[in-house]
Design a protein around this ligand. Structure first.
Ligand SMILES: [Zn+2]
Length: 52
């Protein structure tokens, strides 16, 4: 499994896990993808390969 796919699955799982919480917020910063939930949970994943 590639890092990119693993990161995607982790983000997907995070979304599914917090669907009932409320608002999900996501941001992309350089090679990282952040996702935060209104409940306070945060997930950070490496983006691979880095975008343009
Ligand atoms: Zn949550």
């Amino acid at each position: 499994m590639t890092t990119a796919l693993a990161a995607l699955l982790a983000l997907e799982a995070f979304i599914q896990e917090h669907l009932d919480c409320g608002e999900l917020d996501s941001d992309v910063e350089n090679a990282h993808v952040w996702m935060t939930c209104t409940c306070g949970a945060v997930i950070t994943q490496m983006r691979d390969p880095p975008g343009p």
